[in-house]
Design a protein around this ligand. Structure first.
Ligand SMILES: [Zn+2]
Length: 443
């Protein structure tokens, strides 16, 4: 065991063979895995028995052939979930008695999807997550604190099991309040943490309020999950904790599918476990070029309890480079832009809430928390930013910040915001998924 751990400390890659395969090899493996999982899905999942009727998996020889297959949308999954056996219905592709773990989506966009994992499929998910952790520099010397009760939500369970497999020492931090967690981190000298970006900021804010510098918590590495993280939020967390902060992208249905390496320049797709297409958002037909925005369509290639073929994640991402200074050969995603669900037309302008977060976290460190509200007054859309200020700010500093925020948001979004400065502690704090954007026009 000691030898194994020493070796893990020195290894650069979790899977040196797969992570450095030439592009042509990866393509060949992924197309072959795709045909296999497609044939399996057709034979074992009622969703795909219907959806892929009459299509021969062996006819998929190139990535262009893939584009002829339909995408899988969340709405139709909900329909098939209503069938027997309860609660997974026609999405389940193993016997119900083989299911060992229940997970579900958060249900922010409708009725939750229930995700069955067998022991085998859970091992597959854990292995994918080992790549994410290892790329982010987590090693057996790390004592990792997870400041959540994970409930039925998958990302922190994956992080938990993968941490163990990598050899880290894992401390589950549920059933404590934020101060209790801060004291636990100090008490057991945790040096790694996995959290949502929002909760990372909140722990820092709470630590400061009790006279503890967040950097003194001793966290060396932080991996964020659960929300899209603009580069400015990542940098802010790095400055607060004086640590390395990494991002990843994934979802409950498809699994995590890309993670950030030590170069911190985009995220590597976890090939050949996952096949990711980045398609232009108008037609969902053409693979975009490097630097272009597209919708991520994801096929987990090795999970059999709940197969998904070309799942439309609705995540908008910028396609990245196909090479990296870390030596991995897997395709990269440059940045997560947001979700197609979050994009709204406000006064005819396409608006993404992430634009506001980017501005606030980059230039307005005095703002602790914020909320965006869009409503209709008469025939006009009104967009409001409620910004909660740091307690140390003077009245004149608050007025100056207000004017600067107004101006910066106008430049970044092309929209004139109604900016309201709120006193400390007036906006809600979030541990899992932050809900900072409210479109009241839909009510
Ligand atoms: Zn890299």
């Amino acid at each position: 065991m000691f030898n194994q751990q020493t070796k893990n400390e020195e290894m650069k890659y979790w899977n040196p063979y797969l992570e450095t395969l030439p592009r042509e090899e990866l393509d060949k493996i992924e197309l072959s895995y795709f045909r296999n999982i497609m044939a399996y899905a057709k034979g074992n999942s009622r969703l795909y028995e219907d959806k892929l009727k009459g299509i021969d998996p062996e006819s998929i020889k190139t990535f262009d052939d893939l584009k002829k297959l339909p995408l899988t949308e969340k709405e139709e999954m909900r329909k098939y979930q209503e069938m027997e056996p309860f609660p997974y219905g026609g999405l389940l592709a193993r016997g119900i008695e083989e299911v060992t773990t229940f997970r579900q989506t958060s249900g922010t966009t409708g009725k939750p999807i229930y995700v069955p994992e067998t022991y085998e499929s859970w091992q597959w998910r854990t292995e994918v997550w080992c790549h994410i952790l290892y790329m982010a520099g987590f090693r057996p010397r790390h004592r990792v604190f997870l400041p959540f009760g994970y409930n039925v939500y998958v990302a922190f369970w994956e992080a938990h099991f993968a941490s163990e497999k990598v050899g880290c020492e894992l401390i589950p931090g549920g059933a404590l309040d934020t101060r209790g967690r801060i004291h636990k981190i100090l008490e057991i000298r945790a040096n790694g943490m996995m959290n949502t970006p929002t909760y990372g900021l909140h722990i820092a804010e709470e630590a400061k309020s009790i006279g503890i510098d967040p950097a003194a918590l001793g966290i060396e590495r932080m991996l964020c999950a659960g929300e899209p993280m603009p580069p400015s939020t990542r940098k802010r967390l790095e400055e607060l904790y004086k640590c390395h902060v990494f991002d990843h992208i994934g979802g409950t249905e498809p699994c995590a599918w890309a993670g950030m390496c030590e170069a911190k320049d985009g995220m590597h797709i976890i090939e050949p476990f996952i096949l990711v297409e980045i398609l232009d958002r108008e037609t969902l037909q053409r693979e975009v070029e490097e630097g272009e925005i597209g919708v991520a369509v994801v096929t987990p290639l090795g999970r059999r309890s709940f197969p998904l073929i070309r799942f439309n994640t609705k995540d908008l991402v910028i396609k990245g480079k196909s090479s990296c200074s870390c030596g991995r050969t897997t395709q990269k995603v440059k940045e997560i832009v947001g979700r197609t669900d979050d994009l709204r037309k406000v006064r005819g302008v396409l608006f993404s809430p992430k634009t506001v977060e980017e501005v606030i976290r980059k230039d307005f460190l005095e703002i602790e928390e914020f909320e965006i509200i869009v409503e209709r007054r008469g025939l006009m859309d009104v967009i409001t930013l409620r910004a909660e200020v740091n307690p140390s700010l003077t009245v004149s500093a608050i007025e100056q910040a207000k004017a600067r925020i107004h101006e910066s948001l106008k430049i970044a979004s092309n929209l004139t915001f109604n900016v309201i400065m709120e006193p400390p502690g007036s906006l809600p704090r979030y541990t899992l998924k932050a809900k900072r954007f409210k479109d009241l026009r839909e009510a």
